[in-house]
Design a protein around this ligand. Sequence first.
Ligand code: AGP
Length: 610
Amino acid sequence: MCGIVGYCGKKPLGISVVLDGLQALEYRGYDSAGLCYAQDGSLVLDKQVGRVQALRDSLGSPAPDSATAIGHTRWATHGTPTQTNAHPHFNAGKTIMVVHNGIIENHAEIREKLSGLGYSFVSETDTEVIPHLLDYYRKKSQNFTEAFEKVLKQLRGAYGLLALTTEEPNTLFAARLGSPLVLGVMDDGAYIVASDPAALLAHTKKVVYLNDHEFVVAEQGEDYEIRDLLRDTSVDRAIEKLDFDANEISKGDYEHFMIKEIYEAPQTIRMATLGRIRPKEGIVKLGGLDSVADQLKYIDRIVIVACGTSYYAGLVGEYLIEEIAGIPVEVALASEFKYRHEPFSRSTALLAISQSGETADTIAALKKVENFGVLRLGVVNAVGSTIARMTDAGVYCHAGPEQAVASTKAFIAQVSILTQIALYLSQGTELYKPLLDELDALPKKVETVLESADAIREIAKKYVNNRDFLFIGRRYGYPSALEGALKLKEISYIHAEGYAAGEMKHGPLAMIDESFPTFAIATASELLEKTYSNIEEIRARKGPVVAVATEGNEHITSLADDVMYVPATLEQTSPLLVAIVMQLFSYYVAVEKKLDVDKPRNLAKSVTVE
Ligand code: AGP
């Protein structure tokens, strides 16, 4: 889960373009960074442990000029975050340099073969086999492109990689298998290759997405060539135009991307429903599903696959689709789904949910069923991403780029879309119109929740020193509890568990004492009385309780130590309001603990390896 960027052009912008690009990709990994650039016939290298800023400082200001450079920001998989293990990696003569995102699964085998041929290795990484293998095959090839192709055919696993050679200092060699890679085409004949369009957006909106088993040779001032390794053919692919701007990937006046993205929630719901819900006509239009509308009529089971926050959005979708559309739904963790042997009938649809569209486990789940003849649908935020292109049909979230590692607005967009999918698949239910109208009214209610941010911060401050936290909820409150616990875990490092409130007596209650607070989701629902009983069970063990409740609920103040209110809404839309409270609560706890909210330790935004 690293980020890679490369530039070649007439103008000596290589280093600044690569450094700015790496900074934009830091959400993908940030334990070390490095780059190399062509200068006077050689490749100059600089690698630093820590953030891209450390690399920028090391290069000094003004940074050296170069018309060709490649760089990398790392999330260690093989070998600890050290200067030696940082990328780029190189051959003995330092005439070939490589940056890589992904995992070379057969690296040990290749390393052994090359060691036997006298090659020596300096790092613990899987990636280092690539420059040595390029060195080996260059001696057996007409040119570097031929050697590059031969090497790619040796590699197993996942890669988005970039190579530079002193032999062709104005050319980028890039390849993709299972890790995202996009080529940016500039009007002055320059090229930028990156793991994500965010890294090149400041320079061009004209992009070409690479598919698996493809590589591109891009020489500045010449036409680029994409080749398909499997078919051994040239690939002619249209240039696409990016539909978002650089300011969408800047913090603006906010202290962190996370709080900016939380405050985007009202707009996120508006964008997720724009042109799709028509409350007056009482219809939901999902153009992205129209192409498979006939097949959808015969669907009698939906399996949702996803990871992390997207999985919890899927759990809310399960309740919605079953209740509104009457179609049985199963939600599977993508990393487990890949290795299960469950029967599939053609009347089952697989629905993949992903913010980044690049999560390896979710991609693997889609690959698993590609020959099952089942419909593969997607709810994806990143336009043009792998999952978006793998699925037969789907619905984009239109939430704009999400930069903070902790997913917030994407969850809001995903649940808004799943609500629309439930309505779209519904054959009519008494809940249809009220739910459609409520979805339309929700952005205003979310704004009301955001207005209570200060009160939420004051409550959050009281729980900064707690080491454990339990989140409980019933029905739609259950997946909300799971998501709330994940948010607190991943940015505050407090151990937090989400649990179905009804499960308390079957074990978790044993953990409860005055030092173990519980976050109870107690918004209006036909099960509220039962949730009250669960809260009283906790109170009986002196457990502190923080509750989210519906405005006007006075009774809860006698049960909970702290209460955060949301406006009245349907139970089916309550996860969208409750999520804002939990996101703000977690955010303020992490800020109070002075943690790096946007880049929590040990995590990365897009998990592109299994
Ligand atoms: C959530 O805050 C995390 N960043 C993580 O759990 C994330 O939801 C998960 O990795 C799935 O990512 P995706 O939606 O991009 O597939």
